[in-house]
Structure formats: structure tokens, C-alpha cells
Design a protein around this ligand. Structure first.
Ligand SMILES: Cc1cc2nc3c(=O)[nH]c(=O)nc-3n(C[C@H](O)[C@H](O)[C@H](O)COP(=O)(O)OP(=O)(O)OC[C@H]3O[C@@H](n4cnc5c(N)ncnc54)[C@H](O)[C@@H]3O)c2cc1C
Length: 462
């Protein structure tokens, strides 16, 4: 039963995260106002007036639970996600992927929210973040300009990004450590980089392949934004500027030598000096993910895999995130948010979706589930929850709230952010199966400890 004294929670942005957050709040018995600016104000990527519109692909990723996206689907399914329930209901054949009839899917979700007695779907653009009520911010990668200005004032100039120029991230275990070596330039400080050296022949072959590789097309609004990003050239653009440009930029070899050969100045090692070096910087605390330094790119994903695997040491590289350069508004979550998706600065403000630096449709739903759940719990005076880091949801929100802030970039669900298993398992499929088993066991224990019923709202207390 609803407590009439409870003020509504306001969710701003009716995308995937906002839809899920709204549903979880209403399921908790709390009134909720969902503000969606469409169709009053249109975004440059959306086409309809419905909530939970899929802006590009109609796929939520692989279904198998030993794949990162499939595991996240299943966790959300078990936790009573409305978005995943509707995705299952409106699924279309797509091999191993969960893909949906996008029109029916978002129309049904819009009707589902509109018919709920506790939900008001209000069509307006919110331009300032209200301070006098509990709010969940879910305005996504294309947050309207006016709200972005207000958010920037609130978070501080350095804590907002409007363009995502990210290099690919590689799973550490897939890098050939017999070849790549740890070192910092001129041996200064701690050896913090994994280095993949190239001889002249390897470099030239790589350079030529890079110059000829196929590029993804930027949308019109992204080309506009890209002009403001002159200081951050795509690696293929740098390559096209000349044979040696990369060797004077991110592939500079000076001061880098594999000490396994012995001393750098030993004349016997004269021919072992690298002609160019690709460096990878550690991305997570556990050292499982490595970021290719200076490799922001507009190349098509398939081309990135083909060309970057020509780099010695990365022949079998497993990519958890490909390089991108596109419009993307996101906050520096490690500085601003807890793993419960609550702002440190303001206890009645929560956020989720692409805006907090998760990437992809399913991750946005997951954030919506957690932020909506916690916003409702805070209004009811209950303690906030964070999921175990051994679940995909828990690992994702632990990462975005504790990654190194200086280099923070959005992250999709992936197994590289999981804590290692107690025993090392070389076979990838077997390892991922063990991650899944651990995730389900820990999710069930967490649910029991927090008095949450599976497949129902977090508030359905036994
Ligand atoms: C061009 C493009 C293509 C993409 N393609 C894919 C893809 O194929 N697969 C994938 O997994 N991910 C893709 N993404 C990432 C995608 O945006 C996210 O996965 C997902 O949509 C994020 O969900 P969200 O809820 O955070 O944001 P959104 O789904 O964008 O929802 C945000 C909502 O907030 C509304 N809004 C914004 N500002 C305001 C305001 N001030 N007041 C009220 N309402 C407001 C918007 O109209 C929108 O409905 C793409 C992103 C872009 C920009």
C-alpha cells in the first residue's frame, strides 16, 4: 500500500536506465515522476517519443550466461528487471543474441509505465537538477545542453566529458608476456607499462595496414563535436600524416628496453633496440585490463581487431572494449559516486546509465535497477545496497566508482573487471563458466542477506 505522505521521486530521462529506475521505484510503492524531454525536445539520435528507445542496434548482446552480456541479462532477470522481461517478451530470432522488435518493445514499455498507478510520465526538459527532492539522473550520452551546463556546475568543470575518445582495452591474460615487457621510459619510477616492441619491418607493415583500414562514419552531430577535440587525434589519422609520425608520438621507442636481454648499453644488444613501441597502461586495480596508450580511433571494430592484432605480443588479444571517438556525455564517477550510485556530494541524488560511464543497453538497465532501488530505499529510510563484486552488476559499479579518475573512460560489462578465481583456469570458456557459477551463488546469498526475493522487486520482503 502507498504511503500518501511520501513525496514522489523524480527520474530525469526516459531511456533504458530511466525506465528501469522508474519501474523499481514504483514497485517499491513510491510515487515517481519520469521526465522525458521527447517529443517536446528531440535528441540528435532518437527517432520516437517512446521511452527505452534503442538508438542504434536492436541487440542487447549475447544470451549465453558464460558471456558478459548474457550473465548480466540473467542477473537482471532474476532481480525483476522490467526492461529485460520486455526484451524477452519481444525477442526476435538473432542467433545467440538477445535482440528485440524495437518498436513493439519501446511502445510496450511506454504503455506499461503509463498504466502504473504510481507513475507519471511527464514530457518536459529538465534544465536544472532539483535539490529539494530525491532525484535519479538518467539523461544518457546526449544529455540536453541546458542540463549538462547545470550538471557541470554541480560536479565541477573537470568532472564532465562530452566526447569519448577512448583507446581499446585488452585482457591482460591475452597479452603474450614472453614478448611484451614491463618498463617505464628511462626506467623512471615503477615499471608501470606493458611494452610491445616492433622492429622496422613489423612497424612498416602495421603502419601500412593502419593507413588502409576502414573507418566508421561519424554522425553529423559527432563531426561537430569532433572539431573541439583537435588535441586528440585518432591513431589512423596520425599514421596518415607520415611514416614516422607515430614513432614521434605514442609509439616513441626511446628509453624503452627489454631488460631480459641484459644491459641497454651493452654493445651486444645494439640490434635489440626497438624501432617502435606500443605501450599499454594498467586500467584496473587488479591489473587484468590494459589500455592501449594513444590508440583512440574511428576505425570499424572488425578492422581494429585485425590491425591491432598485428602488433607483436597482441596476436591473440582479447578486447573488452574497442576504441571509439564519439559524442558521449559522462561524469567522472570514481570521483563523484559510490558503488550504490549515490552522489557523495548530495545524498538525495542518484545517477545511472551512460551518464555514469557504463556502456551499452544492458549496463544502462543494470544501473537503472540499482539507482532506482537505492533512491527508493533512501526515501524509506533503509540502508543502501551495492551488489557483490563477484556479480557482473557489482563488478561494473565497483569499477566505475573506484577506477583511477585521471584516465576514467566508460566501461561495458566484461569479465576482465571480475576478481580473479581462487585457482587459475587457462581455458577461457571454462573460466567464464566458473565466473557465472560464482556470480549466481553470490547473488543468491546477497539476496537472502538483504531479504530480497528473486524475480521480484527488492522491496518484496519475505
Ligand atoms: C548514436 C549512438 C548509438 C549507440 N548505439 C548503441 C548500440 O548499438 N548498442 C548499445 O548497447 N549502446 C549504444 N549506444 C549507447 C547507448 O546510448 C546506451 O547503451 C543506452 O542508450 C544508454 O541508456 P541511457 O538510459 O543511459 O541513455 P538514453 O537511452 O539515451 O536515454 C536518455 C534519455 O534522456 C532524455 N533526456 C536527455 N536530456 C534530458 C533532459 N534534460 N530532460 C529530460 N529528458 C532528457 C533523452 O531524450 C533520452 O530519452 C549508442 C549511443 C549513441 C549516442
Amino acid at each position: 500500500m502507498t504511503d500518501q505522505r511520501i513525496q514522489p521521486i523524480h527520474v530525469i530521462g526516459g531511456g533504458l536506465a530511466g525506465t528501469e529506475a522508474t519501474w523499481q521505484i514504483a514497485q517499491a510503492g513510491i510515487p515517481v515522476v519520469l521526465h522525458e524531454m521527447r517529443p517536446v525536445k528531440v535528441s540528435p539520435a532518437h527517432h520516437s517519443e517512446h521511452v527505452a528507445e534503442l538508438v542504434c542496434s536492436n541487440s542487447f548482446g549475447a544470451k549465453a550466461t558464460d558471456r558478459a552480456s548474457g550473465l548480466l541479462h540473467e542477473e537482471l532477470r532474476q532481480l525483476g528487471s522490467v526492461v529485460i522481461a520486455k526484451a524477452d517478451e519481444h525477442a526476435v530470432p538473432a542467433g545467440g543474441a538477445l535482440a528485440v522488435d524495437r518498436g513493439v518493445f519501446s511502445r510496450d514499455l511506454t504503455a506499461t509505465l503509463e498504466q502504473h498507478p504510481l507513475i507519471e510520465l511527464r514530457r518536459d526538459e529538465v534544465t536544472t537538477i532539483p535539490t529539494d527532492r530525491t532525484v535519479v539522473l538518467t539523461t544518457g550520452p546526449l544529455t540536453s545542453d541546458a542540463l549538462a551546463v547545470d550538471l557541470r556546475q554541480f560536479t565541477g568543470q573537470d568532472y564532465m566529458s562530452f566526447f569519448d575518445a577512448a583507446s581499446p582495452i585488452v585482457v591482460g591474460e591475452s597479452i603474450d608476456r614472453d614478448f611484451a615487457f614491463m618498463a617505464s621510459r628511462y626506467d623512471r619510477g615503477e615499471a608501470a607499462y606493458l611494452n610491445c616492441p616492433m622492429n622496422r619491418e613489423q612497424y612498416l607493415a602495421f603502419w601500412q595496414a593502419l593507413c588502409a583500414a576502414e573507418q566508421a562514419e561519424l554522425k553529423d552531430f559527432e563531426q561537430e563535436t569532433a572539431k573541439f577535440f583537435e588535441g586528440c587525434l585518432p591513431i589512423e589519422e596520425m599514421a596518415r600524416r607520415g611514416e614516422d609520425t607515430m614513432r614521434y608520438g605514442p609509439l616513441k621507442p626511446v628509453g624503452l628496453f627489454d631488460k631480459r636481454y641484459g644491459a641497454f648499453d651493452d654493445p651486444a644488444n645494439k640490434d635489440k633496440k626497438p624501432y617502435a613501441v606500443v605501450q599499454l597502461r594498467q586500467e584496473d586495480k587488479g591489473g587484468q585490463l590494459w589500455n592501449m596508450v594513444g590508440f583512440q580511433t574511428n576505425l570499424r571494430w572488425g578492422e581494429q581487431k585485425r590491425v591491432f592484432r598485428m602488433i607483436p605480443g597482441l596476436e591473440n588479444a582479447e578486447f573488452v572494449r574497442m576504441g571509439v571517438m564519439h559524442r558521449n556525455t559522462f561524469i567522472n564517477s570514481p570521483e563523484l559516486l559510490s558503488s550504490a550510485l549515490q552522489f557523495h556530494q548530495r545524498a538525495n541524488l542518484f545517477a545511472a546509465g551512460q551518464l555514469v560511464g557504463t556502456e551499452g543497453y544492458t549496463a544502462a538497465c543494470a544501473g537503472g535497477w540499482l539507482a532506482g532501488t537505492n533512491a527508493a530505499r533512501s526515501v524509506l529510510g533503509r540502508s543502501l545496497v551495492s551488489l557483490p563484486v563477484t556479480t557482473m552488476m557489482g563488478a561494473l559499479f565497483e569499477f566505475i566508482s573506484s577506477a583511477e579518475p585521471k584516465h576514467f573512460q566508460p566501461m561495458p560489462p566484461n569479465f576482465g573487471i571480475f576478481p580473479a578465481l581462487p585457482q587459475r583456469i587457462r581455458n577461457k570458456r571454462e573460466r567464464y563458466g566458473k565466473y557465472r557459477d560464482r556470480s549466481f551463488a553470490d547473488l543468491h546469498a546477497w539476496v537472502a542477506a538483504n531479504q530480497i526475493r528473486l524475480k521480484q522487486s527488492v522491496f518484496a520482503i519475505a
